[in-house]
Design a protein around this ligand. Structure first.
Ligand SMILES: [Zn+2]
Length: 128
């Protein structure tokens, strides 16, 4: 499994910058403090997508993570590359022979948005 930071470091900077334009009003959380699952419907210029992220430890960038998103960017670029490393909760992803033949890990903007929102929500909760 990869940590969130390992995935973010390989994610194109344009994707990270554009993720600020997304929004959600339904961030749901389940799981305990050692294994937290976040789900959200993320809305942006490219439509509405279901994104999910499971932190296997504290909700922070240094924690191993498993993600999925319903968008094409995730399916075509990252689903296989992350699956091969145990960091995508999808099965049957096609090898991205054209989009990502070197299997570089990364995330779509929806997942960048979701993981950032999860970390911010956790910090807010800690502050009380
Ligand atoms: Zn996505």
């Amino acid at each position: 499994m990869l940590t969130l930071l390992q995935i973010l470091r390989c994610t194109p900077s344009g994707t990270i910058q554009l993720s600020h334009k997304y929004r959600t009003d339904a961030l749901s959380v389940s799981g305990d403090h050692d294994d937290r699952h976040y789900k959200a419907v993320v809305v942006g210029g490219d439509g509405t997508h279901k994104a999910s992220a499971s932190f296997h430890g504290p909700v922070d960038t240094g924690t191993a993570i498993v993600v999925a998103c319903s968008c094409r960017s995730f399916a075509y670029n990252y689903a296989y590359a992350l699956s091969a490393r145990g960091s995508a909760s999808v099965t049957g992803a096609d090898y991205p022979i054209r989009k990502n033949p070197k299997l570089v890990p990364g995330m779509c903007g929806h997942l960048v948005f979701l993981t950032r929102a999860a970390i911010m929500a956790t910090k807010e909760a800690r502050r009380g």
